[in-house]
Design a protein around this ligand. Sequence first.
Ligand SMILES: *Cc1c(COP(=O)(O)O)cnc(C)c1O
Length: 227
Amino acid sequence: MSEDIELAAAVARLRDIERRIATACAEVGRDPAGVTLIAVTKTFSADEIRPVLAAGHKVYGENRVQEAKGKWPALREAYPGLDLHLIGPLQSNKAREAVELFDAIHTVDRPKIAAAIAEEMARQSRRPRLFVQVNTGEEPQKAGIAPADAVAFVDRCRSEYGLEIAGLMCIPPVDDAPAVHFALLAKLAREAGVPGLSMGMSGDFETAAQLGATHVRVGSAIFGGRS
Ligand SMILES: *Cc1c(COP(=O)(O)O)cnc(C)c1O
């Protein structure tokens, strides 16, 4: 495909998602400006991402520190003013690079990570926005703090590590209706006193927007399927 056609197709998909978010919000009387669309670029190359950058989209998500490190420093230089979010699991030995690279981290889910991030934030004088990941489906293989422990963990992030928590994040179980999980996350966020809700992916971002998402994370609906 020529660059022009790729650009037009990417812009069309992006605008379609934005329109669907606006329609979903209108149905519940929400201002769509309160929903940030994170374009999830994991597994896609810089060349595949460029048309969406050229379309003016500013907010992106990656799920691996190493992969992001390979792609984004050069893209950030070419397209100033980007907002890059880490949406995948973080190991404490990658906290330094994560704080260097990302403007937001959605996967704070245990004291060791909170401590490592706090230390790096102090060292680097960078303050990425932080979300606590909640394992709303209590799936053993999935990352995230248990729902019953979420409020206490947010409190501990504040009091013990001096971290400001911007919101909560969840990835519902694939076989469940997502609305139950989104509603649970919204309830926990109210209890914890945090404003942000990172929830909703390609298959369910409209439901998430209707249940209060402040950040939806959409990959394949913009960039196509991942191999
Ligand atoms: C890959 C990923 C997404 C985007 O998934 P799509 O179904 O492609 O929209 C959202 N959130 C997380 C945490 C992801 O890893």
